[in-house]
Design a protein around this ligand. Structure first.
Ligand code: FAD
Ligand code: A2P
Length: 301
């Protein structure tokens, strides 16, 4: 019998754009090598959030200062995933953390290139003691269910999509998690893996499996016919196929949950590889069934 995730009561939207929470920057540090260019500059930022828990899997809304050049209106809110555990990085339920990568874009109409994204650069440039306004907590779907303790969990992330899993893993291990959890994490380079030391520190746990997919370190996709990727790049879906003997038994269980967070483009490849593994288990529409049963959770942007 399929077991959809059991919901717990989750607080949402206590602070909105009309009544935001004033927050202080308590800590900010670069997570990636300073040798990498600005578009690989990702920062871990700890903010004050007195008396309010933001759960891993939820997001904070950030209201950057200034006005939007196009509309002339105040800058709109941007969302950033919570990367801390329920009690926050300092364990006192008075902080919330996130991870932000600098965004740059090209304007095809004007030909201008590498235009800094407003909010990501605002956050990456902030310093300890800076104050700004946040909203939230946002979202109640992409969180751990109340009954996570014995379920197998497959966490798939690209880039800053790793954020929710950092906090979830800390919560899970603090609460006696007994299932098996896979963390499959795709980034470009070995020195742009976010929170790598923290995930490495869980490696001696027999129920934690940490697998990285580095797309620009020269390792080729060894299965281009089964799991095609552009220029045979090493992507998370390739790793899932490569480790199907380990991951397959968890996918077969009726209560396993699959989480995907990060690049919008990843979901198609991940669904396809799950269906491919399903086909080997005589269940070619496995991802569809898991979706219908509420066991496939997505947060892509
Ligand atoms: P913006 O300035 O908003 O630019 C974004 C895009 O808008 C540009 O690429 C361009 O296409 C367009 N644009 C902007 N200005 C113009 C213009 N003048 N003319 C034409 N087009 C224009 N990001 C993280 O780093 N970490 C996270 O944990 C994270 N979590 C997220 C969670 C959710 C649920 C969602 C929805 C998003 C998340 N994001 C996260 C992405 C984040 O919300 C922002 O979208 C991202 O940081 C870019 O914002 P920005 O203000 O820097 O860029
Ligand atoms: P690449 O950028 O080499 O194509 P980002 O740094 O943009 O957040 O991306 C995180 C990782 O996800 C990078 O290794 C990136 O590879 C990879 N990636 C890009 N597109 C996809 C996709 N469609 N499916 C899976 N991984 C992807």
């Amino acid at each position: 019998m399929a077991q959809p995730a059991t919901q717990r009561e989750i607080l949402c939207n206590l602070f909105k754009s009309t009544n935001p929470l004033r927050t202080d920057v308590l800590e900010t540090r670069r997570l990636t090598s300073p040798r990498r260019p600005p578009n690989n500059d990702a920062r871990h930022i700890v903010l004050s959030s007195p008396g309010l828990s933001y759960l891993p899997g939820q997001s904070i809304g950030v209201l950057p200062e200034g006005f939007d050049a196009r509309s002339g209106k105040p800058q709109q809110l941007r969302l950033y995933s919570v990367s801390s555990a329920t009690k926050g990085d300092y364990g006192d339920s008075k902080t919330v953390s996130t991870v932000v990568v600098r965004h740059f874009w090209d304007n095809e109409e004007t030909g201008e290139t590498s235009i800094p994204g407003v909010c990501s650069n605002y956050l990456c440039d902030c310093e300890v003691g800076d104050r700004f306004q946040i909203t939230g907590p946002v979202g109640k779907r992409f969180v751990l269910p109340a009954d996570f303790h014995q379920r197998d969990l497959i966490f798939v992330a690209t880039g800053t999509g790793i954020a929710p899993y950092r906090g979830m893993l800390e919560d899970m291990f603090a609460q006696g998690y007994e299932g098996k959890v896979f963390l499959i994490f795709g980034v470009q380079y070995a020195d742009t893996i976010l929170y790598d030391d923290e995930f490495q520190s869980y490696q001696d746990r027999p129920n934690f499996r940490y697998i990285t997919a580095l797309s620009r370190e020269g390792e080729r996709n060894p299965f281009p016919d089964d799991v095609p990727t552009p220029r045979e790049k090493m992507y998370v879906q390739v790793r899932i196929w490569q480790h199907r003997e380990e991951i397959g038994p968890s996918l077969e269980k009726p209560d396993t949950l699959v989480y995907q967070c990060g690049l919008k483009g990843m979901e198609k490849g991940v669904f396809q590889v799950i269906d491919k593994i399903g086909t080997e288990m005589a269940e070619p529409d496995l991802s569809l069934r898991m979706k219908a049963e509420g066991r496939m959770l997505l947060e892509v942007y």
